[in-house]
Design a protein around this ligand. Structure first.
Ligand code: ADP
Length: 255
């Protein structure tokens, strides 16, 4: 069924790598201010779908819309600028940056125009810089890393590095944030921090798309769940519906 008011929508998105059909006609809808989870076994196409939405790969077929406007075919930079930002499974934080600088660098994902302005030292450069600093401070406060702002980013323990990665994606003030396996490798305490962060993002009106292995975490956090298998959506529903779907539970999650 078509959910009116979806903020982000893929419609019939397909992608093949050589002869390998990684995605077949995948249609998902993410409602504004909700957590939409994408789950499925390894190789089912979750990361590929994220890469298509965020403009890292081109679609072979299908459309992707943000707030009713097509974004498929845009470069990752333009997708970010349009309001969709993402985290990466392997955080790629430049060496020797402080936590604050690393988050601030996230702002530049949408600020290419400032390269020109910075060379000429235009007023717009100073304004953009102030705005970036403020956005970075807000993002750091939101994930609870303000106290670590001056520490070397690569010295943070894993849980905090994941939070930093989320802060970097928030620094661009996105409408939609794509979280790629942000819980992997976290211990119970770190998981709790992350879980409460995702809830706060949702409560603040952020639209979250969560690609996640931790099924229990997904059941607790998601408003809506899509299950991928072999590149296609094999189930879609609320956590209650997914949890009571024997096909999902037995064939695809092995529980
Ligand atoms: P998941 O994230 O669910 O584990 P992926 O999206 O990574 O699944 O992979 C889906 C399929 O697409 C797999 O068969 C994988 O080997 C293939 N695939 C993904 N990315 C590439 C790529 N860049 N080149 C070739 N094949 C790829």
């Amino acid at each position: 069924e078509r959910l009116d008011g979806a903020l982000l929508r893929t419609d019939g998105v397909s992608k093949a790598f050589g002869g390998n059909q990684a995605l077949s006609k995948v249609s998902i809808e993410a409602a504004p201010g909700a957590v939409t989870a994408i789950i499925g076994p390894n190789g089912s196409g979750k990361t590929t779908l994220l890469n298509m939405i965020s403009g890292f790969y081109r679609t072979d077929a299908g459309t992707i819309e943000l707030d009713g406007r097509p974004i498929q075919g845009l470069s990752s930079y333009r997708v970010a600028r349009a309001g969709v930002s993402r985290t990466f499974q392997t955080p790629n934080i430049p060496e020797k940056l402080t936590v604050f600088e690393a988050v601030q660098a996230g702002c530049y994902a949408t600020e290419r125009a400032s390269v020109f302005a910075s060379v000429l030292r235009l007023p717009s450069f100073w304004r953009a810089r102030r705005e970036n600093r403020a956005a970075a401070e807000r993002a750091l406060a939101l994930v609870g890393l303000s106290a670590q702002r001056d520490e070397p980013a690569d010295s943070l323990p894993l849980g905090n590095r994941r939070l930093l990665e989320v802060a970097r994606s928030l620094a661009a003030s996105p409408q939609v944030v794509l979280l790629d396996e942000v819980a992997s490798g976290l211990d119970e305490d770190e998981l709790e921090v992350l879980e409460s962060l995702v809830r706060r993002l949702r409560d603040a009106g952020m639209t979250v798309i969560l690609v996640e292995h931790n099924f229990q975490l997904v059941l607790r956090l998601a408003d809506d769940i899509y299950v991928l298998a072999q590149g296609a959506v094999m189930a879609h529903g609320t956590p209650e519906q997914i949890e009571s779907n024997p096909r999902v539970m037995e064939e695809y999650l092995g529980v």
